[in-house]
Design a protein around this ligand. Sequence first.
Ligand code: ATP
Ligand code: MG
Length: 571
Amino acid sequence: MKNDQNDSKLAIIKDFIRAIIDQDLEANKNQGRVHTRFPPEPNGYLHIGHAKSICLNFGLAAEYRGLCNLRFDDTNPIKEEMEYVESIKQDIRWLGFDWEDRLFFASDYFETLYAYAVQLVRKGKAYVCDLSADEIREYRGTLTEPGKNSPYRDRSVEENGDLLERMRNGEFPDGSRTLRAKIDMASPNLNMRDPVMYRILRATHHRTGDEWCLYPTYDWAHGQSDSIEGITHSICTLEFEDHRPLYNWFLEQLAVHHPQQIEFARLNLTYTVMSKRKLLQLVEEGHVSGWDDPRMPTISGLRKRGYTPESIRNFCDRIGLAKRESTVDIALLEHCLREDLNKNAPRVMAVLRPLRVIIDNYPESQVEMLDAENNPEDPSAGSRKIPFCHELYIEQDDFREDPPKKFFRLAPGREVRLKHAYYIKCEKVIKDSQTGEIVRLHCTYDPETKGGWSKDGRMVRGTLHWVSVPQAIPAEVRLYDHLFLREDPTDEEGGDWLTALNPKSLEILHPCQVEPSLADAKPGDRYQFLRKGYFCKDSGDSSPGKPVFNRTATLRDTWARIEKAQKKKSS
Ligand code: ATP
Ligand code: MG
């Protein structure tokens, strides 16, 4: 369902999270402080869903003159790597946010967390359990059946204290024992049925090395880390709603600073998978070129594709916040991008599938520099000079030997405008005698139409983009489409989500011909190729003499159309 987008403007004004914060401020809770955090687990690259959480957490801090920490939730040594830590930092900075000196790691708190656990043991609120992982699951019961108490539940405080210490000292094998909170095995909430706090695991941690063979669970580490950092509002996604009673229980038992956990619905996008596990699979199985493949919903993929940080922030604002799951139309993300690029991307000319045109009546040795505006949306962007001469490239599909009705571009005997240049008329078509393929056109130009306007008021219906042959720069152009064919690639009826992969999500064109001003393009620079879409010079794959341009977006704004249709319907 694509809901919640029409009233997104309202959502910006007052969503439920801002309402809670306002109330807290009014009641002078936390002495009027607002302190949030963004807590990624360094086990993958950030994606557009994380961007929503980043914009929210850092955005709230900025709005309320508060602070936002970056905290890596690095409690699982098996899946975590420094590579991910670095990419996450880079992506957050690129999005335009700054944690200043507040970069933290849950692993910084391992010692404190352990001391807290000892406190709970002393209070009789935690115990060492010898059940295996499978047995713990068995004893836990189900949603409809209460669990059973572990036979180790009533160990004495002394025995628990002694065992916990020996667990830490590495006296027991992996998986042989756990530390569990002593809550209620009959609780209707499964999270409250004596959840595991520590497991024994010999694994090298990317920061603490081999110092620990006990690792805290997410539930045990998260709330306490929030508390240690003085977080006031701990914002997370809906799947943690059922964990909130446990979050609160730990903090109450420890009687420490108590942040408030607030849940919101995670972002889902059409034609996209968002789970890190699935994204990792796409990378590992080579369905994409890497985490930063321009078809990936990762921040690094969007960056390589040519997305601007502004457009992503704007998108995150517009989708607003909800308490129930929904899927946002990817067309809205693309719309936010086009809005930004339309304002800011300089216009240039590039011919993606070149067809040679000889201007028979233009002197062979002559080159003329013509004025071309850089952005009709922004007069301050100025203009540049583009060369015009005897030989040009136009787009193959801008010519039809046998034009159908409503084809207003070039055809034998027909006149069209070349953007910024002259009217030209097609006089002759030259074909390959073997294949019948059109190899070039012979045209004439009208010198009285300089700039693309006829003095006698003669009208033409088509305006084509073009590039002058001798000065053109050959380039590779990569056209991207949605990575998946189905709106919801993971829907059950559709079967295996990988069958939804779009086999035509990448088309490589080479050689394309781009105008000479693009010789100065720097990696990451964005342009509108007239009539062709928005493109971005690739940062990794371009080499001197062979630039690569990624298509960031086509010019067709489906979201604007949807909006227009909706307005029409409602009026
Ligand atoms: P994992 O399954 O590995 O836990 P995750 O997507 O939850 O994956 P985290 O690194 O734990 O990844 O996420 C960091 C923060 O980003 C969390 O607060 C999480 O709630 C939030 N987040 C993750 N995915 C989304 C999403 N699709 N929309 C909004 N927020 C998200
Ligand atoms: Mg998570």
